[in-house]
Design a protein around this ligand. Structure first.
Ligand code: 8OZ
Length: 362
């Protein structure tokens, strides 16, 4: 029988009841100290019928923050806060991975310890703005990491993964997409280094490979996924040869026994632009479980799964507005529309108050 969103699947050590993934979604609603709290637990638990939930991007070290009120996973209070989330999701029958994040140069000195410059592969200031306590501000000029500092940053991801498991997460996703630190190392618009972390594709992949290997050594490779965005120019990132680069990335990751590869299949900064990368070829180069993301709806998702172009589909905005998305797609009932004014920051409004279908179990 042909497969669709409702066909169970094995992911790493887990048996998933369906092929819905809740995409990682920044909501900027952590409490003081960037600590998750009860409201965040309710939000994730409401969406636990997805086969897999991926947490919002979560900074592994203080230097990894670039936006207001994003949660961390470096302090004891943050680990305790995340435990509320994982307990609530598990009680509701779900599974959740934590997304390990370091923004690199997509930051502002206001977020950095001692107001230092954000760190990056190279001292190139990205064009763009972030929202701080003082409103929208230009991203700061970063400083290039010294070669000798890089092992310490890799260790930060490893400790983040250790804390994630201590907080009860079922696995972790390495955020290597969207112009953040790992993507900055990968792509030649942001990486102009002349040491072993820059220049050739092999060198530019070194940081990603070291992070993935360190995290896999900590939690087990079958509990580690990686998210990439080969066509994305969001966050002032690009590469002169994305096909060669990301074919090499998928091939390098294919040897590592990972739970999955999660791919944003387009350019968030120009969604209708034709993509340069062939995602069928990318999936084949990886060879393992492939999660696709980029504006999928039920029909496109089922078509992609039936054709073997994707194993699972990650939905973002549909899960923001529809905690019971799985049921709504099953019954072909209309979806709630997401309200973009409440995507970032605030309280329960636009977060935990989207209605579910009445009389139908989620
Ligand atoms: C939107 C706003 C802030 C952060 C990403 C973590 O693009 C993000 C993000 C998205 O991965």
């Amino acid at each position: 029988m042909s497969k669709d969103l409702f066909t169970p699947i094995e992911l790493g050590p887990y048996h998933l009841p369906n092929r819905f993934v809740m995409a990682p979604l920044t909501r900027s609603r952590a409490s003081d100290g960037n600590v998750p709290y009860a409201l965040n637990a309710l939000y994730y638990a409401q969406r636990a019928s997805a086969g897999l939930l991926i947490s919002e991007a979560t900074q592994v070290v203080p230097e990894g923050q670039g936006y207001i009120a994003t949660p961390g996973v470096h302090s004891d209070a943050q680990v305790a806060g995340w435990k509320l989330v994982t307990d609530a999701v598990h009680a509701a029958g779900g599974r959740i991975f934590l997304q390990l994040w370091h923004v690199g140069r997509i930051s502002h000195t206001d977020f950095q310890p001692d107001h230092a410059a954000p760190v990056a592969p190279s001292a190139i200031q990205p064009k763009g703005k972030t929202f701080t306590g003082s409103g929208f501000v230009d991203l700061s000029m970063p400083r290039a990491l010294e070669t000798g500092e890089i092992a310490g940053v890799v260790a930060g991801y490893r400790t983040g993964a250790k804390h994630a498991i201590a907080a009860g997460f079922d696995g972790v996703e390495v955020h290597a997409a969207n112009g953040y630190l790992i993507d900055q190392f990968l792509r030649d618009k942001a990486n102009r280094r002349s040491d072993q972390y820059g220049g050739s594709i092999e060198n530019r992949m070194r940081f990603m490979n070291e992070v993935v290997d360190a995290v896999a050594a900590e939690v087990g490779a079958d509990k580690v996924g990686v998210r990439i965005s080969p066509d994305n120019t969001f966050n002032d990132i690009d590469d002169t040869d994305p096909v060669a680069l990301f074919t090499a990335v998928a091939t390098a990751l294919s040897h590592r026994g990972l739970a999955y590869l999660h791919v944003i299949e387009g350019d968030m900064a120009a969604p209708s632009k034709p993509h340069r990368v062939d995602y069928v070829a990318l999936k084949a180069a990886f060879g393992g479980l492939y999660i696709a993301n980029f504006g999928y709806d039920k029909k496109r998702a089922n078509d992609a799964i039936a054709a073997g172009r994707a194993d699972m589909i990650a939905f973002g905005k549909p899960f923001i507005a529809n905690p019971d998305l799985v049921t709504r797609y099953l019954l072909d009932t209309p979806l709630n529309a997401p309200d973009d004014k409440t995507f970032y920051g605030g309280d329960s409004h636009g977060y935990t108050d989207y209605p579910v279908l009445s009389g139908v179990p989620a």
